[in-house]
Design a binder for this molecule. Structure first.
Ligand SMILES: Cc1cc2nc3c(=O)[nH]c(=O)nc-3n(C[C@H](O)[C@H](O)[C@H](O)COP(=O)(O)OP(=O)(O)OC[C@H]3O[C@@H](n4cnc5c(N)ncnc54)[C@H](O)[C@@H]3O)c2cc1C
Length: 233
């Protein structure tokens, strides 16, 4: 990928909005000159008002690289949030915004090694790009996703998850499923059965969740230098 192209702003045209949960939607954009990305990377997004005022925010890319010429972002509606508020209450298909990227090679997963993905809330967004990439290529390299949400209604991408995913519910759960924080009981069994070459762990969520999940991983024996963390906080 060219560093120069990643540093340039490009026009992205909103083509579709899909509701995922009561507070989260996916926004699909056409970006004809997008140079591609690796699963896990994010971009910088810029909104410009008529008076020239601009607002910039980072957003993880939800779509896999295979979706060429398009990008999907999944945004939480943050209460009082300037940029997420605009997307959730004003934006409509045909609107143009600007994007720059992809950014952060560190959190990227090219699909070349076993991946243990752990996310909470919208922290699942970059991890979903990895899951979609894994499926698009029918990769045989092991991939597991542990995802924490408040309730089944708050579980982003719920319809898309398969056998690779274990959801953890912190406030309410379907009958028979325990309610509680992500714990050693979720992480330890995955580390007890290490795939060949060991797991590369990818953790994404709020600061508090990233601390909690990485502590669970280290306590279960995951080497610190094989834990990659993306913080949304
Ligand atoms: C690398 C990276 C990737 C990210 N990817 C995503 C993503 O895929 N999806 C996504 O929804 N967000 C993502 N974020 C967060 C995003 O960049 C914005 O911070 C978020 O959308 C809020 O922006 P805003 O303009 O709506 O709110 P602001 O106007 O900036 O903030 C409004 C108020 O909300 C508080 N606030 C800001 N952010 C949050 C938050 N996340 N949760 C709770 N309160 C908050 C602020 O302190 C402030 O009081 C990512 C952040 C980083 C650094």
């Amino acid at each position: 990928m060219s560093e120069r192209a990643a540093a340039e702003w490009q026009t992205a045209t909103l083509t579709e909005v899909r509701r995922e949960t009561p507070y989260t939607s996916t926004f699909r954009f056409a970006v004809p000159a997008w140079q591609g990305h690796l699963p896990g990377q994010h971009l910088m997004l810029r909104l410009t008002a008529e008076d020239g005022y601009t607002a910039q925010r980072h957003y993880s890319i939800a779509s896999p690289p295979e979706d060429s010429g398009h990008i999907e972002l999944t945004l939480d509606h943050v209460e009082g949030g300037e940029v997420s508020g605009w997307f959730h209450t004003v934006a409509e298909p045909g609107d143009e915004i600007e994007v720059r990227g992809p950014l952060s090679g560190f959190f990227a997963w090219p699909g070349d090694r076993p991946a243990l993905l752990i996310g909470a809330g919208s922290g699942v967004v970059p991890l979903m790009s990895m899951v979609r990439h894994h499926r698009a290529h029918g990769l045989s390299v092991p991939l597991r996703l542990l995802v924490s949400a408040r309730s089944p209604e708050d579980l982003i991408y719920a319809r898309e998850f398969g056998a690779e995913t274990t959801p953890v519910f912190t406030r309410s759960a379907p009958q028979g499923v325990p309610v509680g924080r992500m714990a050693a009981a979720h992480v330890a069994p995955l580390l007890a059965a290490q795939p060949e070459g060991g797991w590369e762990a990818y953790v994404c969520g709020s600061n508090a969740f990233a601390e909690h999940a990485s502590r669970l991983l280290v306590e279960a024996g995951q080497p610190v230098d094989r834990i990659r963390i993306e913080r949304f906080g």
